[in-house]
Design a protein around this ligand. Structure first.
Ligand code: SF4
Ligand code: SF4
Length: 388
């Protein structure tokens, strides 16, 4: 049990706006939250931890990752303590507590640091192209396209992709391991048989690929079709579209660039173009949808935007837009426009991946399914113990 440290509330506030100190512990939020049960006073417990400054309990908690930000707790809070937003703030705080490099904390607490990092990484890509780019030929391919691979050979770009993917994987996986140490390994009261890590693995796989937590399916007793009709799955669907598009594009760029970045222009129905169009459509629709939601502040999820939400959406939108322009210029036979746009595209894509995947918003796509997995492992272990 950690010591009370009221100053810790100030530390949490660095990761988002917060009015949680207004909480007078009435319990309305717990009464409406679907995640609350007899053993789990969700989300009130986390609010008390935050107000009292129980750092160790917060660091070891998986609750913020289980919350899907339906906002019901915030709308029913008589003190406007906004527990839903506190959950989001704690997700940012926890991301930085898992990150041993300290960079996540810097990105989440300093706009200047984040913008400077984006600028330096973009400049790095620009300088690489200034000094090492291939010939800029105006000669077109037999089917009227631009020779992109003379300017940026796929083998060179792929080598860079592999180095970057290794960097991202190392930092993200080591942070997830750190999360495991905090939430399971250091708990003295838990004895977890190794077999449970395998039997509960399905939760990780299902939630990583479906991101099902983002559906509001549990909030009322309506039938599935009524919920579809009422648009209750829209948020989850757009989120899924965005996430699947990103994963697909990342896989094609890192693993199959020889197949994805060709000078030959395939017909529109070729799998290369169809998969590229699916990813582009998903990223474009997803980013526009979330930007509009945040501008209009239509629901609880989008009322309180942190600057890192805007950085993430802006970088993702610009990456998609410049990617579309590269494609159009390439098939339209405009060599110089293609080359310059390709450099600009990578100048936005590279900082987006290097910052967002291991240290910021994209890392939540991994932390959330791992939290659901760890939580199921813990529950299964506790059930086993109670049956003995
Ligand atoms: S509803 Fe508001 S005041 Fe009541 S316990 Fe929850 S956060 Fe605190
Ligand atoms: S936002 Fe929804 S899921 Fe999250 S704590 Fe509040 S009521 Fe529970």
């Amino acid at each position: 049990m950690s010591e009370l440290d009221p100053k810790f509330a100030r530390e949490i506030l660095k990761f988002g706006d917060g009015t949680f100190s207004a909480c007078y512990n009435c319990g309305n939020c717990t009464a409406v939250c679907n995640l609350a049960n007899n053993d789990n006073t969700f989300p009130r417990r986390l609010i008390r931890f935050s107000v009292l400054g129980l750092k160790d309990q917060i660091d070891a908690s998986l609750d913020p990752w289980l919350c899907y930000y339906c906002g019901d707790c915030s709308t029913t809070c008589p003190r406007n303590a906004n527990p839903g937003d506190l959950m989001m703030t704690l997700r940012r705080y926890l991301s930085s507590s898992y990150d041993w490099t300290g960079l996540a904390r810097k990105f989440y607490t300093s706009k200047v640091f984040e913008l400077t990092a984006i600028f330096i990484l973009a400049l790095f890509i620009l300088l690489l192209f200034v000094f090492f780019h291939g010939p800029m030929t105006t000669e077109l391919t037999p089917d009227g396209g631009v020779q992109l691979n003379t300017f940026a050979p796929w083998k060179t770009i792929e080598a860079g992709d592999w180095i970057m993917a290794g960097f991202l994987s190392f930092f993200l996986l080591s942070n997830i391991f750190n999360m495991y140490l905090k939430v399971i390994w250091r708990r003295k009261d838990l004895k977890i048989p190794v077999s449970l890590y395998f039997s509960e693995l399905r939760h990780l796989i299902i939630h990583f690929f479906s991101q099902w937590r983002f559906s509001d399916c549990e909030t009322n007793q309506d039938s599935f079709f009524t919920k579809v009709k009422n648009g209750e799955y829209t948020y989850w669907f757009v989120h899924f579209l965005l996430m699947s598009s990103y994963v697909l594009l990342f896989t094609m760029i890192v693993g199959f660039l020889y197949w994805f970045q060709t000078d030959e222009i395939h017909p529109w129905w070729h799998p290369q173009r169809l998969l590229g169009y699916y990813s582009t459509f998903g990223l474009l629709l997803g980013t526009i949808y979330f930007i509009v939601l945040r501008i209009k502040k239509q629901n609880e999820k989008s009322k309180n935007s942190h600057y890192t939400d805007w950085t993430f959406l802006t970088l993702l939108f610009l990456t998609t837009l410049t990617g579309i322009l590269v494609h159009l210029f390439r098939i339209g036979g405009l060599p110089m426009a293609t080359y310059y746009m390709y450099v600009l595209h990578l100048m936005i894509l590279f900082p987006m991946l290097m910052i967002e995947v291991p240290f910021s918003k994209w890392s939540h796509l991994a932390y959330r399914p791992f939290a659901i997995y760890f939580s199921n492992v813990i529950m299964a272990a506790q059930q086993k113990t109670s049956q003995k």
